[in-house]
Design a protein around this ligand. Structure first.
Ligand code: WT7
Length: 647
């Protein structure tokens, strides 16, 4: 491997050494850039970078700018060349019980063919490719193949609607869509291709030249002249493909996420810095031993967790990982534990919402399986409440396996705050410590650091390698959203505090973004989906506390009196509107409850007071109403609801 960086050994060794003498964070801060240069040097560079960070055009960062790198080569060929070709890269477990394993040699061969197939379809450097797939090996092969040829993937979660897919294809100007006929979920085949056809219908997406279709379920699909069968394209493609080095700052992918306005943001990540930090954090946060661990992250590739800690991090580290297509309850509630027992999974990374749903079902189910292979447990997506933490640690981890509560975001690209297993003494409910090389602060509104035990706003004070490089096509929104609150510092949108020991606790979003089952949803996006229905005059959405999903979507709607003569009773209206939201955005955005009201609480300047609606949704006494333009509104809502007019 070519390198210009001073070699300090593996990141893990470095961290062990400095942590053990208690000086890690100090050392990382003093020489943050050296730390990251060393992490980057663990990768294969086609041309080694001589520069680490260029922050001169802040907030637009450049990391390892003059280096050349290929993400796919790092995840695949590199391991084969190092003699690890026979190591299992993927253990694929389909929901119906079908399985497939790929060694690093086999996965490399598949990605090479797929890369050639993409080139044959006219895809080249910088082109955007939308991927709308079930959680199957081909989704990872597709992402790796796109990366390999320097194109940019935009994975759209398979649970999103045709409408959501269309707007993402349009925003990115995708030239190709890679999809499947469908996938298996909850014991049956679900369809994906019809949503692609609907998204592209009526020339809505003129940039799309082809649709590449993987056959997963054998359901009949409509075909169009633009469609190409994945199997045919793979069979026709050359086997050999030489990976070229691309500029470190070449875009790797766009991933859309919800913000505070109705329009999702295309978060842009680039190659060298992203891969360096994702690989480094995956190794240290999970204490990864690639030669012996079996790692399983349950996230779908449609989310950032599935990008950084399924499609890239584990492969960059030469790890063996499980991917499971289906839901945890198919064929029964023991499925996850059966998978852990079968593959002897040693590292499990999942979300608190999953833990809470297992908790409800009782420990008898996991107790029926041998989970003794587990040695590290991870949590991500929302704060893990102490009850869920304790259950996860004792019932699943057998009091042996430490839990790492990892805080990060689509925008940060990689884990930013987390305890390190076997090093940090963990604390239920706290993400605890910034990762090595990461500088965090908690500020008050005026930008001053808050004291311990005081709530404030979480900011990242120094650039980091896997940071987003922008919002696709919208530099103004990028500055406004993240860099305008505190000059030169990244504002995460989360509240946080330090406890008396200086450990960090995350306190939830401080903006109009909800967190439902660890997925980010925007109140504004659901409101605009609701008002797109002809019955709805006005809508307000809040995230209400929910025992299992963390937050649940609760909507308040005012109906158009002139349109609802054919509508039926409130509960029927509510059902139709819930389905409408699922159709517009996807089932994950479906409100738990829709309340039909005659007015919404607004301030004199016309802003909806969601705080008061949250009080109603969570059945609390209603708070201070003095800033309302009309203080009788909440009384009217209360009366209407007391009359039973909810879903
Ligand atoms: C938001 C980011 C990062 C992958 C999954 C979600 C919340 C995430 C934690 C945690 C408390 C957390 C934050 C953050 N969040 N992890 N360990 N403790 N909150 O990615 O969809 O980009 O959402 O999820 O509110 O801002 P995302």
């Amino acid at each position: 491997m070519l390198t210009v960086f001073p070699k300090l050994g593996s990141a893990f060794t470095v961290i062990m050494q400095v942590r053990q003498n208690g000086a890690m964070s100090q050392s990382a801060n003093q020489d943050r850039l050296t730390f990251w240069a060393n992490e980057a040097a663990n990768l294969h560079w086609h041309k080694s970078p001589t520069k680490t960070l260029d922050w001169s055009a802040a907030p637009f960062a450049k990391w390892f700018d003059d280096g050349k790198i290929n993400a796919s080569f790092n995840c695949l060929d590199r391991h084969v060349n190092a003699g690890l070709g026979d190591r299992i890269a993927l253990y694929f477990e389909g929901e119906p019980g079908d399985t497939a394993t790929y060694t690093y040699r086999e996965l490399t061969a598949a990605v090479k063919r797929a890369a050639n197939a993409l080139v044959a379809l006219g895809i080249g450097e910088g082109d955007r490719v939308a991927i709308y797939m079930p959680h199957i090996a081909e989704a990872i092969i597709a992402m790796q193949a796109v990366a390999r040829i320097g194109a940019i993937h935009s994975v759209v979660f398979g649970g999103f609607s045709a409408e959501s897919l269309r707007s993402r294809i349009q925003d990115a100007g995708a030239k190709l869509v890679i999809t499947a006929d469908g996938g298996f979920r909850k014991g049956k085949a679900t369809a994906l291709k019809p949503a692609v056809d609907e998204a592209l219908a009526d020339n809505h997406c003129p940039t799309v030249e082809h649709v590449l279709v993987v056959r997963r379920t054998s359901q009949p699909v409509d075909t169009h002249p633009r469609d190409v069968e994945w199997a045919d394209a793979m069979a026709a493609a050359e086997a050999e493909h030489v990976a070229h080095g691309f500029d470190a700052e070449n875009p790797l992918f766009i991933l859309y996420t919800s913000g505070t306005t109705g329009k999702p943001k295309g978060i842009l990540h680039t190659t060298g810095g992203y891969l360096a930090q994702v690989a480094s954090s995956h190794r240290t946060v999970f204490d990864l031993k690639p030669e012996s661990d079996v790692y399983w992250c349950t996230a779908d590739v449609g989310w950032i967790t599935g990008h950084s800690y399924v499609a890239y991090g584990p492969l960059a580290n030469g790890a063996s990982q499980v991917i499971y297509e289906g839901t945890p309850d198919t064929p029964d509630h023991g499925r996850w534990w059966q998978i852990i027992e079968k593959y002897r999974v040693s590292i499990l990374y999942t979300a608190p919402t999953a833990i809470r749903s297992f908790m409800k079902l009782g420990r008898a189910i996991p107790d029926g399986y041998d989970l003794t292979s587990l040695r590290v447990l991870g949590s991500v997506g929302e704060p893990i409440n102490p009850e869920a933490h304790n259950w996860y640690g004792s019932v699943i981890g057998g009091e042996r396996a430490p839990i790492v509560d990892t805080w990060w975001q689509t925008e940060t690209g990689a884990i930013m705050i987390s305890p390190l297993p076997f090093i940090t003494k963990t604390k239920a409910g706290s993400a605890q410590t910034p990762m090595p090389g990461i500088s965090i602060a908690i500020l008050d509104e005026a930008g001053n650091e808050v004291g311990r035990e005081q709530a404030g706003l979480l900011v990242i004070t120094e650039p980091w390698p896997s940071m987003l490089r922008g919002i696709w096509g919208d530099p103004v929104r990028f500055r406004d959203t993240y860099w305008s609150q505190f000059d030169g510092k990244y504002f995460a949108g989360d509240g946080a505090k330090y406890d008396k020991d200086g450990d960090i606790w995350l306190l939830g979003r401080v903006d109009d973004v909800m967190n439902v089952s660890g997925h980010r949803l925007s109140t504004a996006e659901i409101e605009s989906a609701l008002v797109s229905h002809r019955w709805v005059a006005e809508a307000a959405v809040v995230g209400a506390a929910d025992e299992t999903t963390g937050q649940a979507v609760v909507a308040f709607v005012i109906l158009r009196q002139d349109e609802i003569h054919d509508a039926g009773a409130d509960h029927e209206i509510s059902k139709i509107l819930r389905d409408h939201v699922a159709h517009e955005i996807g089932p994950i955005a479906k409100p738990r409850q829709i309340m039909v009201v005659s007015e919404l609480p607004k301030t004199r300047s016309g802003k909806i007071m969601r705080r008061l609606l949250r009080d109603v949704a969570e059945s609390r006494p209603i708070g201070d109403v003095t800033t309302l333009a009309d203080s009788s509104v909440m009384g009217a809502i209360g009366e209407k609801l007391a009359g039973g007019a909810t879903d």
